[in-house]
Structures are given as structure tokens and as C-alpha cells.
Design a protein around this ligand. Sequence first.
Ligand SMILES: Nc1ncnc2c1ncn2[C@@H]1O[C@H](COP(=O)(O)OP(=O)(O)O)[C@@H](O)[C@H]1O
Ligand SMILES: [Mg+2]
Length: 241
Amino acid sequence: MALLQVHDLHTAYGRTRVHRGIGISIEAGEIVAILGPNGAGKSTLLSAVAGLIHPTAGRIEYQGQNISDWTADRAAKAGISLVPEGRRIFAGMTVRDNLELGAYVQSDRALIEQDIERVLDYFPILRERLNSQGSDLSGGQQQMLAIARGLMARPTLILLDEPSLGLSPVLVRDLQAIILGLRDQFGASVLLVEQNASLALGVATRGYLMQTGTIAAEGLLEEMRETGVMRELYLGVSSAR
Ligand SMILES: Nc1ncnc2c1ncn2[C@@H]1O[C@H](COP(=O)(O)OP(=O)(O)O)[C@@H](O)[C@H]1O
Ligand SMILES: [Mg+2]
């Protein structure tokens, strides 16, 4: 049984349709990439899996359950953690308070402290900045905090939306190791949305290329790169007719 299976998903914002029947799946322990240009529907897919919006048709299954109409709160409690685009941390709050907010699904104080220690061990720079305001962190530190906050929910499935956006090449390399650790150290599966194909290739073996609400290609990322389908998508060759 796949950890996450999306069947024939249709979504819309009011009368504006986004997805027109897409399917994806993730096995437990997998890191899967979703690539595609701006506006393709990548973030909307993550919103649907996280329960922030609901499909107009189709089905989302998580651990064998149909979660299509679940609220975001219920999805979070079941282990689905969204790290949204644009590292939306609480800028006016300290690093520690941001982490505590990430633990809102947890009520056991001792476990929360234990989890804070665990994520601070993983992100030592955040330990140094524990009492700093979110707004005083660098872009890379804010991205780490956004991921660390997501980890505080003890997720089974992490939805990462364009974590490399605006980061320097050096930080993108750090990010690659961080994403691999989400699986290898925290035991989470990861659905990674990226426009940075080389980051995706560095962490995921399998993925999907999304284009205007459809899956344009899927399979091994290395193969998609070799056959040129990735480049075609980004240069808009196939849609320039
Ligand atoms: N809150 C919203 N209300 C209306 N339209 C939206 C909203 N969010 C996204 N869209 C539209 O849905 C489409 C897919 O957007 P999105 O999922 O954000 O794409 P991506 O993440 O691939 O850039 C785009 O055409 C976008 O303009
Ligand atoms: Mg997006």
C-alpha cells in the first residue's frame, strides 16, 4: 500500500480550474519530486493533500484512508506536515516560539521539549538563534526554521514547497543534505515541489513533471533529464506551438 495515493484529482479556485485529473503516489520512505513551471498547480496539489483545499473530483488516499474531505487540522494530526512556499515563519516571534507552534498537535510538555532538542540538534544554527526574532534570521535560517517547525509535528509525510527559492547555491547544497535527513534521520517520506531540477535530482529518484494542471511526464528523474523532457518543459518548447 502506498503512503499517499492521489487518484484523478481535480481542483479549482471558484470557477478557475487547476488540476484536470492527475495521479501521483509515494511509498513509505520515498522522496518524490514534483517539478514544473510557475502556475502549473504544484502548490495547489500540496494544499489539497494538506487539507487546505478540497478536490472537486477524484480522491486522495493516505495510509489507505480517503482523506479528500479532511480538514488541515486533521491531516496535520495524522502526520501530514506542510512547509509552505516562501518560508512562512512567524517573523515577530522567536525561534523557540515558532517551534512550539509547530508542536500544536502535541500536548505532552516533556515530549515537546524533547522534540525541540531533537530539531535543534539537527539545525545547530537555530540553537544559537533560539531567542532571536524570526525576522532577524537570514533567508537560509528562515527556511531551516520553517522545516524545523514542520518536524515538530512528528510528521510521517512532509510536503516541502520550493525550499530552495531565493537561497544561494551553497545553501541549496546544504538543503540537499537536510532533505535527505528528513527521511534518513526523522523517518519521514517527502513530497518535494521544486523548480530547481538539480536539487530535485540530488534527493529524489522518481518524480513528476507538472504542466498546467496535468502530469506531463513521470518516472525516473535521471531518465527525464537525459531524454530532455525536463528542459523542454522549462523552456516551454512543447507549449510554444
Ligand atoms: N488562492 C488562489 N485563488 C485563485 N487562484 C489561485 C490561487 N492560488 C493559485 N491560483 C491559481 O492556480 C494555478 C496554480 O497555482 P499554483 O498551484 O500556485 O501553481 P505553482 O505552485 O505550480 O506555481 C495558477 O493559475 C494560479 O494563478
Ligand atoms: Mg507554488
